[in-house]
Design a protein around this ligand. Structure first.
Ligand code: ZN
Length: 232
């Protein structure tokens, strides 16, 4: 029998590379992995961020409007922000506030996406590797923007929120070898950061908070497609 239940605490230890703090655990999402990004600008869109190096030293506090340029060379990342600069194997922009969001500007990405949560930028053989740490409930909200879009009913959004949450949890190890949980493409679930405000999506995620679909007491791998290509 298929049932919908609340996420129970025993599920949480299956989360890898995220900070398990509550029933709203963080997921690690690989961003823009299909692009070869050698340099980019990260801007503070809202809230505040700490910039940490690979020794976990806090280097800088960033507030709204601040920008940092990151550049990769082989296995090292360099940053420049005002008079500050440095080089390390990776940097982390750690969200200070729950409202913290950052933008990504790069010559190879036309739009300037805005993401919630924290960001790690690591050097990966001459390419920047980006991993976004975002609470699962915010992630589900953002996935609904990308996978479903606007102008749908509250009930449809509620169903999809429960499906996307279930899918995320059952596919938590899909990118384990790459040291994150899920990618941002159709391979996992499309995730383009936060879209324009949508009250129906926000309400659906809030109403179904923590709910997943289970069968025989296990969360199901709730595979879905946004477009079947004309075939059932
Ligand atoms: Zn994937």
């Amino acid at each position: 029998m298929i049932r919908i239940i609340f996420i129970i605490c025993t599920l949480l230890p299956t989360i890898v590379h995220g900070q398990i703090t509550s029933a709203n655990p963080q997921l690690a999402i690989g961003l823009l992995g299909d692009k070869t990004i050698k340099t980019l600008d990260i801007g503070t869109f809202s809230g505040r961020y700490f910039l940490l190096n690979d020794k976990n030293d806090t280097l800088k506090l960033l507030t709204v409007g601040d920008k940092i340029t990151f550049t990769v060379k082989d296995w090292k990342v360099s940053f420049k922000s005002g008079d500050d600069d440095g080089t390390a194997s990776y940097y982390t922009l750690q969200a200070v506030d729950t409202t913290a969001a950052f933008s990504i500007e790069t010559p190879t990405v036309k739009l300037t996406p805005v993401y919630d949560g924290s960001l790690r930028l690591a050097a990966n053989a001459g390419k920047l590797k980006l991993v976004n740490y975002v609470p699962i409930e915010q992630y589900v909200d953002d996935v609904l923007h990308a996978e479903v879009g606007k102008n749908h009913t509250l009930e449809l959004y509620k169903v999809q929120a429960t499906i996307s949450r279930s899918y995320a949890l059952t596919n938590i190890n899909k990118h384990k070898s790459e040291f994150f949980n899920l990618c941002d493409k159709v391979h996992c679930q499309v995730y383009n950061g936060h879209g324009k405000p949508n009250n129906a999506i926000d309400s659906a995620v809030a109403i179904t908070r923590g709910e997943v679909i289970v069968y025989n007491n296990k969360v199901i791998d709730a595979a879905f497609h946004a477009n079947c290509g004309g075939k059932p």
